[in-house]
Design a binder for this molecule. Structure first.
Ligand SMILES: Nc1ncnc2c1ncn2[C@@H]1O[C@H](COP(=O)(O)OP(=O)(O)OP(=O)(O)O)[C@@H](O)[C@H]1O
Ligand SMILES: [Mg+2]
Length: 282
């Protein structure tokens, strides 16, 4: 279902964090399926083609659909491509090639309502470039000061923020590039991931620092996903918690909580057309 009355261009969501293993691909996959289930057309681009987690997740999903003969209603799939960074040794040429391949894939995907891009957890020109196309940038962050360190430096005793660090500067740079290109802005959301109730003091400290930081460097903080097996157990079959009912699995309390967490993220993205459809689908 394509609704071009509300957005002529696809709305672009980028998952990014210079730190690896924070939940970018997991969040990308769950967003893609949520949007598909809400009846939107979705383009998925794996900028982390070398590792290929999102590609593998989606290939597994396509294989399950074909083996079990699930229709698109039962197991919807996005339009999908993996994008390899240029291997040209000449830096200037390689950046021009990256820019062209990204622009080309965005052109091929232009009829979708949404495009979701998953980026690698390390510094790569193509990933930085992808950030500059984001309407919404989502940065998942494990609840750990190790992960927070790539966003800001914090003093140990008073938890004061001494300065924004590498990734925050990278986002700042891409916000500028975006403004120059088409005068639009990037809405930056930080999503706390793998939350547990075990380390209550750490959780409280993270909350305090992230809240202060959100005002200082300009992101919105979303309550986040709990540490839950459901966010990873169906990788091999390409399913997510939003596919369980349709594929004949039963739902547990943890699944219901996970769904609420996902719904909170979608609400935070905050698009009027999205809210209306998601209230029925997720
Ligand atoms: N909320 C969660 N609950 C349980 N496991 C999770 C959760 N989020 C992510 N994981 C697991 O954490 C690991 C890292 O997640 P993921 O691959 O999504 O991170 P990433 O940021 O894409 O990593 P990379 O930077 O390497 O691409 C995976 O094993 C994934 O299954
Ligand atoms: Mg990944």
């Amino acid at each position: 279902m394509t609704d071009h009355s509300t957005h002529k261009k696809p709305y672009i969501i980028v998952l990014g964090n210079e730190k690896g293993g924070t939940g970018k691909s997991t969040t990308a996959m769950h967003l893609i399926v949520s949007l598909l289930r809400a009846g939107f057309s979705v383009g998925a681009i794996d900028i982390d083609a070398r590792q290929g987690t999102l590609s593998r997740y989606l290939e597994n999903r396509a294989r399950t659909a074909s083996e079990k003969k699930f229709s698109a209603d039962v197991l919807p799939l996005p339009q999908f491509e993996a994008l390899h960074a240029s291997s040209n040794n000449d830096q200037e040429k390689s950046q021009i090639e990256d820019q062209k391949s990204l622009e080309d894939v965005l052109e091929r995907f232009k009829n979708n309502d949404f495009i979701v891009m998953d980026t690698p957890g390390h510094n790569l020109f193509l990933a930085r470039l992808a950030h500059s196309y984001a309407d919404t940038l989502i940065t998942p962050l494990n609840d750990s000061f190790v992960d927070l360190d790539v966003i800001a430096h914090v003093t140990p005793d008073t938890l004061e923020i001494t300065k924004p660090s590498l990734y925050a500067e990278w986002v700042w740079e891409q916000k500028k590039n975006r403004a120059i290109r088409d005068r639009s802005s990037i809405d930056w959301i930080v999503l706390r991931n793998r939350l547990t109730n075990i380390y209550a003091k750490n959780k409280e400290n993270m909350e305090q620092v992230l809240t202060a930081l959100s005002k200082r460097i300009g992101f919105r903080l979303v309550s986040g996903f709990g540490e839950r097996v459901i966010f990873r157990e169906f990788f091999l079959s390409g399913l997510t918690l939003l596919d369980l009912k349709e594929t004949g699995h039963s739902l547990s309390i943890s699944h219901v909580s996970a769904r609420q967490e996902l719904r909170a993220l979608l609400k935070a993205i905050n698009l009027p057309s999205l809210q209306e459809r998601l209230s029925q689908a997720v």
